[in-house]
Ligand binder design. Sequence first.
Ligand code: 0O2
Length: 213
Amino acid sequence: MVLVISNWDTFLTPYVQAVEELKVKLKGLREQYQLSSKHTPIEFVTGRVKPVTSILEKAQRKNIPLDRIGREMQDIAGVRIVCQFVNDIDTIVELIRSRSDFKVVEERDYIKRKKESGYRSYHMVIEYSVHTIDGEKSVLVELQVRTMAMNFWATIEHSLNYKYSGEIPDEIKERLQRAAEAAFQLDEEMSKIKGEVRDAQQIIIKNRENSSN
Ligand code: 0O2
C-alpha cells in the first residue's frame, strides 16, 4: 500500500480518535483524584497527532517505508501527562500498566538514563483500540510522562531544535545542558519539600470549598 496525500485524513482518523479518548480518560483520572483527599499525580494532559510533514520527515530519517509507519512509527499519536513531582511519574506508570483498556508494548525510561541532549521523560508505547465504521482498529500511541520542570526544558529545547533545524550552536547546547541540570535540581528540591507543598494545596482546596459554601 502506498499512501498518497489524499489518504492521510483517513489514515490519521483512528489516531485522532485515540488521542481524544485517552485525553478524556486521563483527565477523568485527574478529576477523580481531585475529588478524593489524595494528592493529584496529574497536573495536566495534552495530546497531538503528528503533522503529516513531520511523519514524512521521520519516515525518511528512520528509513521507514510508508506502508509500515503504522507499525514502526510509535509516536504518530502522542499524549503527554505532566506531573508535579518525580515520584508522581511512578504512580502514573503503575496506573497505566494496570489498565485493561490498552496494552503497554514498550517502555523507555529517559529519567534513569537521560538522553545526550539532557532530555528526561518516561515514555510508554501502548496499543490502543478504537471503534471505527470499518470495525475495530488498533493503533500505537506514545505516552510521555514527565514533571513540569522536565516539560519546561523539553519545550524550550524542542523550539530551539526547530529554530536551528536540529543544529543547535554549541554555546546554546552548553546552556541547555546547564538548564537540564538545573531542572533536575529543581525536581530534587521540590521532591524534598513535597509534603509541605501538598499541605499547602490541601489548605487552598479547603478554603475554596468553604468560600463556595
Ligand atoms: P514531536 O514534535 O513531539 O512529535 P527520535 O524521533 O528518533 O528522537 P524515537 O526513537 O522515535 O525518537 O522515540 P523517542 O525517543 O521516544 O522520542 C520521540 C519523542 O520524544 C520526540 O518526538 C519528542 O517529543 C520527545 N523527545 C525525544 N528526545 C528528545 C529531546 O532530546 N528533546 C526534546 N525536546 N524532545 C525529545 P519528535 O518527533 O521529536 O517531536
